[in-house]
Design a binder for this molecule. Sequence first.
Ligand code: AMP
Ligand code: MG
Length: 341
Amino acid sequence: MLNALNQLPDVQQAVTVLRKGGLVAVPTETVYGLGADARNPEAVARIFSAKGRPADHPLIVHLADASQLSEWARDIPPAAWRLAEAFWPGPLTLVLPRAPGVLDAVTGGLDTVALRVPDHPLALALLAAFAGGVAAPSANRYGRVSPTSAAHVREELGDCVDLVLDGGPCSVGIESTIVDVSSTTVRILRPGAITERAVHRLLGMPLATDSMAGVRCPGRKPSHYAPRARVVLASHAQVEQTVERWLTCGCRVGVLASRRPPTLPENVVWLHLTGDVREQARRLYQRLRDADQLGLQVLVAVLPPDVGLGHALRDRLRRAAGLGDGGAERDLPEIAMGVDA
Ligand code: AMP
Ligand code: MG
């Protein structure tokens, strides 16, 4: 199938764009990426200007398969090979010591590099045909909601991208799990669809999850993945009370939850986060975009239970609310029981 996809005119055109230093929006199973030739400094600089992203924030380099790891990383520990073998192609990014020659612009000047083999047939066809690394952050403006469809990319970055490869809606819908394997302690820097438990089970060693510990990590800043609407977190039991408070301030309010609060006023929109936790992850960013399209000023969001993929969903919602790593939760009584069970 890959061979057939390699021949697609879109894929061939995308390779030409990359070789000329242009930008291609690439579908992956997590979110759409804004891709450029990771060895071309001018092309990489275009990513930063298109996104409005600070130049010292590192990018993820996407590869066709794990055999290319040694071109980009050195001192690769057995744990990294095991993770790559178990989860690639897939929603897992490995942070490793960078190989000589990897651009500073890609690593943000760090001595490590982030690498991933995405699990999407078009992305893999492009990477195989390009035969090089594609640096690609999420294809949205800095700090905003990641795109999960080609239409999202066109709406937000249409003018800045040379080609948008349309691979349909993203099957995972939130960004990859980032695992730092560059030192002796393996550390989860960003939760995602590959859970901490799955990594722990595979490696059978203790993991650190203090993601902020001395690592510059833009996806980990307290406010990220944010719609224009102000996101306020609430437990299911306290949604109505929270809504009431914001209505009193004269705001246009919506609720993001997996079930409809029983006594929601008619002028409050319910954005239904349907299905099991996987489906919720697939829909989350579309729902945040819906909130903006409806002109909501406040979105009261109910956190899903903190199990499995729910952990990553809670992380993204907290960041959409500007609450970062969750320390601020202690100051918010309404989410003390923040579970949409
Ligand atoms: P994005 O693709 O927009 O989700 O952004 C790339 C993510 O990868 C950010 O969260 C970065 O912090 C992370 N990242 C990239 N390179 C590194 C690195 N060398 N060390 C730690 N995190 C990294
Ligand atoms: Mg991003």
